[in-house]
Design a protein around this ligand. Sequence first.
Ligand code: GDP
Ligand code: ZN
Length: 453
Amino acid sequence: PVANPPSDVIAAIATAPGRGGIGVVRLSGPNLSALAAGFCGREPQARLAQFARFRDGSGGLIDEGLLLYFPAPHSFTGEDVIELQGHGGPVVMQMLLARCLELGARLAQPGEFTRRAFLNGKLDLAQAESVADLIEASTAAAARSAVRSLTGSFSKEVHALCERLIDLRMLVEATLDFPDEDVDFLIEAKAFERIEVVATELRAILDRARQGSLLRNGLHVVLVGQPNVGKSSLLNRLAGEERAIVTDIAGTTRDVLRETIQIEGIPLHITDTAGLRDTTDEVEKIGIARTWQEIERADVVVRLVDVRAGLTAADADIDVRLPAGVERITVFNKVDLADRAPERVETRSDGKRGVSLYLSAKAGQGVDLLRAELLRVAGWHRHGEDVILARERHLIALREALARVEAALEARQALELMAEELRLAQEAINSLTGEFTPDDLLGVIFSRFCIGK
Ligand code: GDP
Ligand code: ZN
């Protein structure tokens, strides 16, 4: 018999669905020792793996395994936490979870464990987000970056910036409060230089965050060009597999094909498209319309040309119709047939800078030039450990903080305005770690977690 646990206990299966050697049901809430005692038959010891028999309401054995009891506040959530480690079958786990609900727990919402950890001051918001990032990381580089954030290295930098802003605000506001003091006082205190330093640091952090955002989201690359220039061959070459259909008949790739590859840990989402040419074929027309939709969403468009034919009027037309802000690389393919060496050439036409690459998709010569070029246009230049696995939310806050600090520098003739800009900069910085984050935003952030986290 188990004493009635208090109402606000949450429970969830913490391990991934499916079958495994072990499976874990996790509970968090106040006063869980009685519930734990019910499972292991005696007063549970803190932070010690204990043998337990998990029984249903009528005493029937569900499973046997280990019980871990972490009394508050020394637990992940800061509340009492229990982990029930049983055998990792979906049915066993469901039965064990059902028993916990019977004993008064309720099913946890997605991210609710981490949310409680945040609310109890165990993690700040940036760290809480990195829990999800670590679990979702799709490359080793992303995982390493997430675990650094989790252990607080990003948060530490954010706090340091925040301290500096607070000092500066105190200086400026003191100047405002004492009418005798004026700008000279701030000049003497090197306030403007110090704001400049904050701006420089913010720019550096933003750059590292942009690198992290690339690592997280990757780059959308679209291959376009006339039929038969070698788009599908190039995709296959980049992907290292026979994924797209390669044929000698012009117009084979009528629909779009997608492939995600990695270059230096950056995910590249590459789309092969129908050849962009004038046609009367209805099916091909649909493919071409789709191609333009893909181009609208691209970060980089790789325009392929058969080196023997050179740029055609239709290729020039593609260029004119490309949306602003999309990077463009021109590839002259099939150099093996033209007896040319692979090469990278910088071009300039109508005042627009461009890059042309000469390569062979089929033979593979020069394809490394394309890989390097894709990373270059993506702005990838960090190979060190200091990238920040930023979310869109972080980029927005960092950009906002930088804009405010820059505005503060421009407002040196109007100290009240300067004080206000510094206050807003600090607010933006604080939102990174959750110090000024409204509840509705917290709801959005934690609802993206999966259950059991
Ligand atoms: P797409 O219509 O633009 O997708 O072109 P494909 O990739 O289907 O290629 C059309 C034809 O050109 C195929 O027979 C390919 O084998 C050939 N091809 C593609 N790239 C090269 C290349 O670099 N060298 C040579 N010799 N043939 C190529
Ligand atoms: Zn194709």
